[in-house]
Design a protein around this ligand. Structure first.
Ligand code: HEC
Ligand code: HEC
Length: 332
């Protein structure tokens, strides 16, 4: 009896405490979400101490991604240039949005370093220069941000966090090649030959386009050019001002690469055949060349036509139809 009374007292104490919090900050906690990527070797989706993944946060990020409200003149949404059917890329130099939650280096020149949350802060504040007054004037968005982050005032951080949550769900790991790794399907003889070339000294691609993400979160000079006419061509040099970093670019992922052309930071190649031709015979040996371009002194890895075709066939096995058509990633 006495114990029961004590419990009531404790409950009363808690109720009393919660009554001190002003009613406008009382919110329901959105449902936490854990992203499971069921594929061998895939890293865990990084967690951000302030940005716990939740159902409401992810849904809000998805809505924002497709909404021109983020653009100060309402002219574009993220999805205007990043199209799902093209692995969230589009023309020449648009980098795709695939497995970006794992990255810590962003943009062709690697000028954004940090988490996907940091990358989204840049997109919102500097690239789009989002007008937060527009979001704060929308009763619809006020309610959605309150549900996701328990806030009464939308700040750029909350916009960035919601987008980052959506990005962490944009994961591709179900290409034909993934299914082959999981022993769910087989590759043709030509694709197997391409796989061998890719992952051996024959083609030497795997050092930088490392499986399973087919990127390495580093910048490299691949011997594409010796002069760097535009600011964009200077690459990582723009960040460090060190001449040794001229022409160094982020290794783009090769997931869904059949769909992300034209290729390279300047879109100089229309087809994968042209890219392989470059790596075979077009590499320019020079001071800044990456040590991993081991055959640069010979102009490249010198694949014969059959091996070039096999390598292209292998790159096509990295296309993930289920990602390109995933209804959870489409316009809500
Ligand atoms: C006008 C076209 C356009 C729009 C609209 C656009 N982007 Fe991009 N995005 C690009 C281009 C071009 C690049 C590559 C630029 C570079 O690296 O120099 C890029 C690169 C990125 C990257 C870096 C990817 C990587 O692998 O490092 C991220 C992240 C990104 N965009 C997110 C967004 C988000 C979020 C939005 C909406 C707020 C958005 N983009 C809207 C064209 C666009
Ligand atoms: C030294 C690291 C390195 C090696 C080795 C390497 N790559 Fe790359 N790859 C890069 C970088 C960096 C870029 C971007 C270069 C640029 O845009 O100027 C790139 C770009 C590409 C692209 C264009 C992707 C896009 O979306 O634009 C393809 C395709 C590609 N590489 C395939 C290969 C293949 C196939 C091999 C092996 C024959 C290979 N790479 C070897 C680092 C490397």
């Amino acid at each position: 009896m006495g114990r029961a009374l004590g419990l009531v007292a404790i409950l009363a104490l808690f109720t009393g405490l919660s009554a001190c919090i002003p009613p406008e900050t009382e919110c329901e906690t959105p449902m936490p979400v854990t992203i499971e990527v069921n594929h061998p070797g895939f890293p865990k989706v990084p967690e951000h101490p302030e940005n716990q993944l939740t159902d409401k946060g992810i849904a809000l990020g998805r809505k924002l991604y497709y909404d021109p409200i983020l653009h100060p003149e309402g002219k574009q949404s993220c999805s205007s240039c990043h199209l799902q059917e093209k692995s969230f890329s589009s023309d020449a130099i648009v980098l795709p949005h695939v497995n970006l939650g794992f990255d810590h280096l962003y943009l062709w020149n690697g000028s954004i370093q940090g988490s996907i949350e940091d990358a989204m802060m840049f997109e919102v504040n500097e690239f789009f220069k989002t007008d937060l007054a527009k979001l704060n004037a929308s009763t619809d968005y006020m309610a959605l941000f309150k549900d996701a982050f328990c806030v009464d005032q939308i700040e750029s951080k909350h916009v960035a966090y919601a987008l980052a949550q959506f990005f962490k769900t944009m994961n591709s790991y179900n290409a034909k090649y993934d299914q082959y790794i999981r022993k769910e399907t087989t590759l043709t003889t030509e694709e197997r030959r391409g796989e061998l070339i890719f992952f051996s000294e024959l083609g030497d691609c795997f050092h930088c386009h490392s499986a399973p993400l087919f990127k390495d979160n580093l910048v490299h000079n691949t011997g594409l050019m010796v002069e760097y006419p535009t600011e964009h061509d200077k690459g990582y040099y723009v960040v460090t001002k060190n001449p040794a970093d001229l022409g160094k670019f982020k290794t783009p992922t090769l997931r869904n690469v059949a769909l992300t052309g034209p290729y390279m930071h300047d879109g100089r190649f229309e087809t994968l055949e042209e890219v392989i031709d470059f790596y075979s015979y077009g590499v320019i040996n020079q001071d800044n060349i990456d040590p991993l371009m081991k055959q640069a002194h010979k102009g490249g890895v010198a694949l014969d036509p059959d091996d070039m075709a096999a390598l292209v066939a292998f790159l096509h096995t990295l296309t993930d139809e289920s990602f390109l058509t995933n209804p959870d990633l489409s316009r809500p």
